[in-house]
Design a protein around this ligand. Sequence first.
Ligand SMILES: O=C(O)CCC(=O)C(=O)O
Length: 337
Amino acid sequence: MDSLRAAARLQMVLGHLGRPSATAVVAHPTSETISPAISCPQKFQYTLDNNVLTLEQRQFYEKNGFLVIKNLVSDDDIQRFRDEFEKISRSEVKPFGLMVMKDVSILKSEHSLSEKVVSKIQGFQEDEELFRYCRLPQILKYVECFTGPDIMAMHTMLINKPPDSGKKTSRHPLHQDLHYFPFRPPNHIVCAWTAMEHIDRNNGCLVVLPGTHKGHLRPHSYPQWEGGVNILFHGIQDYDQNDARKYLVMEKGDTVFFHPLLIHGSGQNKTQGFRKAISCHFASANCHYIDVKGTSQEFVEKELVQLINRQYGVNYAELKDVWKFRARVVKGERINL
Ligand SMILES: O=C(O)CCC(=O)C(=O)O
């Protein structure tokens, strides 16, 4: 195990240096089972060699920037997350540091909280029940394929996409999650997003632009949507309209792992139900913080830091202060983050 850990670390260092890391098989112990990555010499830049993913799965993620694993989270766990979300929505439980968001279409019209008003909760690292999601062994087993063995849970959300009011505000514009993160390198960050029910185009499934994880971080801004747009729902305006789109139809418990540069969003919820998904962005504890001043992320820093300072009476100066507060170790050791 120690040698596997050392191999993963070496891959990560090579990744930091901007070199393809896949053929770092020199560090792989000769006593371990020969993995497909060794027997089939090819460059893997986005996945690590830890004998969890099949060769086909690795190749798929390398090419497309996402990977769906069917039936990964049990009905029991999903019911428990649902129950806890309902308690939070009714203010029966108030985890410290949690952001509770409402859809822009109901922001002004309704004031009392209920599960029909809350469109998203963010930052549930202090809620033991919801945070169990980030520690589920079957989730971490896959996360480790992207982050290596020392894993931090950085960003947690439960999304309760409301029925669209007709103004299309339930859409989530196409974006890259790295826009919100002041840590790098991107290849050692991964999102796990689990469907809490059947999700398809009718209730607003995820839509991804396969292969876009190979690009760079693009400038984001608020879309000029007529019906308004939710707070912090920044989007990319200049994506290629001809890029192929893949709509991820998922069943309850299915989980998609995706790269933070993958362009994705979600459609309107045309049903009367509230579409639920739970997610966590994980990063290698070896990742490091960057200063986003002077970059396209400066604008998200300003908005998020102001929002958090106002909401919690804190005095954060930088985007990284927000993430240092949210970050929790879920496997291995805390290193840089
Ligand atoms: O669950 C969704 O609708 C999309 C979530 C998403 O992409 C995000 O919050 O970054």
